[in-house]
Ligand binder design. Sequence first.
Ligand code: GLN
Length: 491
Amino acid sequence: MTGAASSASRIAADVRGGRRSAVEITREALARCDRHAELGALLYVARDTALAAASRLDARRAAGEPLGTLAGVPVVVKDALCTIDAPTTCASRILTRDGTPATGWRPPYDAEAVARLRAADAIVLGKANLDEFAMGSSTEHGAFGATHNPADPTRTAGGSSGGSAAAVASGLAPLALGSDTGGSIRQPASFTGVVGIKPTYGRVSRRGLVAFASSLDCVGPLAATVEDAALLLAVVAGHDPLDSTSLDARAGDYVAACGREVAGLRVGVPREYLETGLEPEVEASFREGLAQLGRAGCEIVDVSLPSTRLAVATYYVIAAAEASSNLARLDGVRFGLRVEPPAGGIAALHAATRSRGFGAEVKRRILLGTWVLSAGYYDAYYLRAQRARTLIREDFVRAFASVDAIAAPVSPVPAFRLGERLDDPLSMYLADALTLPPSLAGLPALSVPSRPTRPTGDRPALPVGLQLVAPPLEEERLLALAAAVERAATP
Ligand code: GLN
């Protein structure tokens, strides 16, 4: 293949069977990265280390060693995940020495999810662009430029894992890792037409994911197909004793789950989600997705999640509070940037470094988060947000007493134009309304491509994802449903 990457399972089978070499596959993937550099999907291409890993793999194969599930598969990793052999910047100047990704922080270890990739013999191709510290929904809030949507480069690829999504959608690599705190895997997957899974909170280790909001952060896969996403999830999921929030639960057989029967499953449609001002084309695509599930034998029923309207405010209080605490460690002393003020001691060093190092959106969150945690406001904001979070979680518990899964749109609009919402953070936050509730409840959720929008005068057909949400640890059910939608959508 010279065009887009072929499927991950196919590449791995070919490399294991000796039909293709890992070096050849890596070279082709690197050439695609060069060809599509203008998309801004990657912050760093790991050319030398990827080729070296591929040639080690080929040597092991020649020596008759058995190879792993992802043998020779190029994988792109969101630049919020630590990599021992490549800079990790979180798209922030503060994690660089001189404002360029190449001088980014060099972590002394791999994130657990990245270590598992390498243990499965995947090839880490590069680090994907994101909104600074994963704060955003458009991959425009990074220090090193925006990511463009392969379906229409004047539009956003979504965010914050926009680089990972664009890399898969444009065929740079068949697989990518992203992170999802409030929608950052599902929304870019929806905007670019790929599959993205936010696993149950704790299903995939967070160790080595630079923390944004620790009670919400999840690592998960993006891929061109449901089965490839399942394959990657199977590699990264599972207990990690060194992450105290990792769930001690066996990972499922995710690839097999893609072939599982879905007839008879009850799928709930939360009525509140349809009252959020969906663009008509998004609603039409959603209805088509529901019809496909119906044709696969699912029973579609109405459910109510009455606390949905609290989600945006709740999330932006909790996530900002946790971010303000997590980002306190970036102070010019241990990591990356250090701006020495002419005078004033350590506090002045902190202030000068943080003022120069963080972008506007991150500063906004730190200020908001510090404020809601401060003595006079803690009860009024942070504590109330925690209570609202419980209400949101209880909504789902009630709904799942009568349905097996929930179907919803991912975003009320398809990919919007780059720059369009930059001056209006509130409109950016409000568009997260449909991905935030499952995040606050810690539930597994995914986005699978549904019918694209119809082209209009000034807008090409744009991808639209269908969101599916399941009870905790029911990723297999989600995958079965997503595969049914995918089959119905593929002629
Ligand atoms: N868009 C949301 C935010 O800006 C979610 C980001 C994420 O999931 N990392 O916080």
